[in-house]
Design a protein around this ligand. Structure first.
Ligand code: C5P
Length: 420
């Protein structure tokens, strides 16, 4: 596409693509029941995975007459769950845990029999039990013969489910596998994907791009040694995961840490402050939000030795030069994102945080007290969040929960700034 030439994308297409980020990192429990349309569940699972969702397929016992569990396992990358009393899978993630795990339960296809069991509140197989045990939004994509669909019993069941808040997606009208024509065809996978995107539309960062730096940096002294620090990266990773769940397209520029990349997040691994600077500035140019969570080394050795430094002399002088300040440089970009910095302090938290807000040109500083079991290597943290017009204290808690709260505050401030 060129700006002067013919533009192949319409605005509707662009906005549709960007809303797909709402499913990034979201957990979707895909229920498959015994209908001919079950073969389309593989394509639906593929589309969901493609947009960054985590998909767990759960089949009713007879669904495997229509589609092989291996196909769904290959597409989703997870073993398919089928039996309620399956000790092997229950040990890994019990059915109640699985019900809690889901952000959305989508039954596609949903047969007349399954809808009846759902309406009656049965728990006679794993999928029906999960529907009963889960508090996640539940959507059904009915698929059946048109006479079965029109039957008063099915219609009464649908009315019951609708009254309970179950989302009814379809069915479509058209030719059916049995040769009849009428309502009862399952909606196409692409249409179901779109419905799932809309259903998960609560993401406050849908369509927004975020860049986060996390972890420590390593500044080489020689080929085997470096100057580093104790940052675990946990806070930055939790923020990245939380933003992805809120629909953001997230780039995580990470120093060396022992953490898995959160689902739906793109990770760029770096070692030194200079590498982090280059990667973060490049990514931040097109971002809406920049969160500097990394513990960047303030100084690096002036030129690492080519060979291992030998011990000999009683003292050793290492010449250090200052690293660029990534946060300050991103905040100085012409079309800069909303910039959030961190400040780990052992004393006078508010004073130091206000100083950093000013000096670095950031929009927000999240300051955390270090010591007393809080900070770098701890699972817990507490934050004093300050911005120009106000501040908020987030009390001590798990870093994951804290990250969610911080992301909420960031969303509010970004919206306030946009409407100011
Ligand atoms: O100046 P100080 O290191 O205390 O500031 C901490 C904040 O600045 C953090 O958000 C950190 O990620 C960021 N920072 C940076 N580049 C540096 C040093 C710190 O982005 N070189």
């Amino acid at each position: 596409m060129t700006w002067s030439g013919e533009c192949k994308y319409t605005w509707a297409m662009v906005s549709q693509v960007s809303t797909h980020y709402r499913l990034r990192g979201r957990n979707i429990l895909l229920g498959i029941t015994a209908g001919v349309a079950a073969y389309k569940a593989a394509e639906l699972a593929r589309l969901l995975v493609k947009v960054g969702a985590q998909v767990q397929a759960v089949m009713t016992p007879s669904a495997s007459e229509f589609i092989g569990p291996m196909t769904l396992q290959a597409v989703t990358g997870r073993p398919v769950r089928q039996a309620l009393f399956d000790s092997q899978h229950e040990a890994a993630m019990g059915h109640i845990e699985l019900a809690r795990w889901a952000d959305l339960v989508l039954i596609a296809p949903a047969t007349a029999d399954f809808l009846a069991r759902l309406a009656a509140g049965m728990a006679d197989d794993l999928l029906a039990t999960l529907c009963l045990a889960s508090e996640a939004p539940l959507a059904v994509a009915p698929a059946m013969n048109e006479k079965m669909w029109r039957h008063p019993a099915t219609q009464a069941n649908m009315a019951t489910l609708a009254a309970r808040g179950v989302m009814l997606w379809g069915p479509a009208e058209g030719e059916q596998a049995c040769g009849d024509t009428g309502p009862g065809r399952m909606l196409e996978p692409a249409e179901l994907l779109q419905r799932a995107v809309s259903a998960m539309g609560g993401g406050r960062f849908a369509g927004r791009r975020a860049v986060i730096t996390a972890g420590p940096t390593r500044e080489p002294l020689d080929p085997v040694r470096f100057l580093g620090n104790r940052s675990s990266g946990r806070m930055g990773y939790a923020i990245a995961g939380s933003l992805a769940r809120e629909g953001a397209e997230v780039t995580l520029v990470s120093g060396p840490v022992a953490l898995e990349c959160p689902p739906g997040v793109e990770r760029i691994s770096v070692e030194t402050a200079m590498e982090m600077h280059t990667a973060a500035l490049t990514a931040a140019k097109s971002a809406d939000l920049f969160v500097a969570c990394a513990a960047v080394a303030d100084y690096r050795p002036r030129g690492a030795a080519d060979h291992k430094i030998k011990k000999g002399a009683e003292t050793l002088q290492v010449d250090l030069v200052k690293n660029p300040d990534i946060l300050r440089d991103v905040a100085a970009l012409p079309d800069r994102p909303f910039c959030v910095g961190f400040a780990a302090e052992t004393e006078r938290l508010r004073e130091h945080a206000s100083g950093k807000l000013r000096d670095k040109g950031a929009d927000m500083i999240a300051a955390n007290p270090v010591g007393e079991g809080l900070g770098f290597e701890s699972d817990d943290n507490a934050l004093l969040v300050i911005w120009k017009e106000g501040s908020l204290e987030l009390p001590r808690q798990r870093k994951g929960r804290l990250a969610e709260q911080l992301v909420s505050v960031i969303a509010e401030r970004m919206d306030a700034q946009a409407t100011a």
